[in-house]
Design a protein around this ligand. Structure first.
Ligand SMILES: Cc1cc2nc3c(=O)[nH]c(=O)nc-3n(C[C@H](O)[C@H](O)[C@H](O)COP(=O)(O)O)c2cc1C
Length: 202
């Protein structure tokens, strides 16, 4: 791939939220996961963990569990019930409508532990940055396979619920969920802030 093609490839990735019903072959899912693990990580500790959901009942169980937690949060915000119902329904149908769901988790087990809070917090941040790198690499690997995907942050707001629904160890902290499938639409490029706004050259 030339530099120009690579820039173009990186800039044409879009968040895809609607998918065709076509199944994604297991070999393709494995390729994506493998590429994701080539992301850089702090001390090369690779604190990422993945849970792959393909069957309808597993997705539905996750969607229902997360919807219950989401509903409680929204009720605390005093949103009208009709609005809550709409958001819950959208959340469920997105999960159930994705041929593949990948839950990306953080495991701190292999990271350093310090005596003081300040360094532990910094270490935690480096681990979450590492997991985010794997997430970004996963999005790009899916894009390379002609798949669409979207990063969904709701699991980080319902970590225990997700752990229970997926029956994963307590050390696997859900960070993000990726909905993956062949794109059913082609969303427009979302406007980016200009470099003038966000860059300072010194
Ligand atoms: C950390 C993070 C959290 C996100 N959470 C959500 C989400 O919960 N739901 C969603 O539909 N999109 C989510 N997105 C996708 C963003 O909305 C999307 O990347 C942004 O609008 C730019 O669009 P693009 O990805 O098509 O360039 C998230 C992206 C990131 C990086």
């Amino acid at each position: 791939m030339t530099n120009i093609n690579l820039q173009d490839f990186l800039r044409t990735r879009r968040s895809i939220r609607r998918f065709k019903t076509d199944l994604v072959p297991d070999s393709v899912i494995s390729e994506i996961l493998l590429t994701s693990t080539f992301a850089p990580s702090a001390h090369h500790r690779q604190p990422w963990r993945f849970v792959v959901l393909k069957n309808d009942s597993a997705k539905q169980h996750l969607a229902d569990s997360m919807a219950n937690a989401f509903e409680k949060d929204l009720q605390q915000d005093n949103l009208p019930q009709a609005e809550i119902d709409k958001l819950i329904q959208r959340s469920k149908s997105r999960i159930n409508g994705a041929p593949v769901v990948i839950m990306l988790c953080l495991d701190m087990t292999d990271m350093n532990q310090y005596e003081d809070k300040k360094r532990n917090r910094a270490e935690f941040l480096t681990a979450t940055q590492s997991v985010a790198n794997a997430g970004m690499q996963l999005l790009l690997a899916a894009h390379a396979e002609g798949l669409g995907s979207v990063w969904v942050c709701s699991p980080i707001f319902a970590q225990e619920t997700v752990q229970q629904a997926l029956d994963i160890p307590k050390t696997w902290e859900p960070q993000a969920m990726f909905l993956i499938g062949y794109p059913a639409d082609a969303p427009k490029v979302r406007e980016r802030k200009s470099l003038e706004e966000i860059v300072k050259f010194v």
